[in-house]
Write a protein that binds this ligand. Structure first.
Ligand code: FES
Length: 157
């Protein structure tokens, strides 16, 4: 099914283009906006970004496949990112990661059957002072413990 940006999102992309010397530099912004609108970056979203910015689709694909924050398949309504980089790892990041995986019955980059949750192990998200941390969609949760993370999951059910 073809994908088209909403009028509002087209304006956002136009604004993004003004920040950079070339349209190519706005690909990341457009990918972010495309993912927000569509839930993930499908072939059709990449084609539309390529058309709107007038850049080769291979350049869009290069960005989408390089950065882990872009998803090429649908993720859960609540996409949980768990940092296991050094600060978080030393303060129990893997314990948090394992707790969530076992509670939801899914592995890294999988989605629960009801489409509600997905989980992703990520690198440092710049909140090391609050390690261990997770992000659910765009919201950060810091100083996580097994108990806290289970409470959060319960509140989202
Ligand atoms: S190491 Fe986890 S946020 Fe930096």
């Amino acid at each position: 099914m073809p994908f088209h940006f909403t009028e509002e999102n087209l304006k956002k992309i136009e604004e993004a283009k003004k920040k950079y010397p070339t349209s190519l530099a706005a690909v990341m912004d457009a990918c972010y906006i495309g993912q927000e609108q569509n839930g993930y970056i499908s072939e059709e979203v990449m084609e539309e970004i390529s058309r709107v910015l007038d850049v080769p689709k291979t350049d869009v694909l290069g960005v989408v496949t390089f950065y882990t924050m872009y998803h090429q398949k649908p993720m859960g309504k609540y996409h949980i990112q768990v940092c296991t980089n050094v600060s978080c790892m030393l303060r129990g990041g893997y314990e948090i990661f394992d707790t969530i995986k076992s509670k939801l019955g899914i592995d890294n980059m999988e989605v629960t059957e009801d489409g509600k949750f997905s989980i992703e192990e990520v690198e440092c998200m710049g909140a090391c002072g609050g390690a261990p941390m997770i992000a659910i969609n765009n919201e950060y949760f810091e100083n996580m413990t097994k108990e806290k993370v289970l409470e959060i999951l319960e509140s989202l059910k």
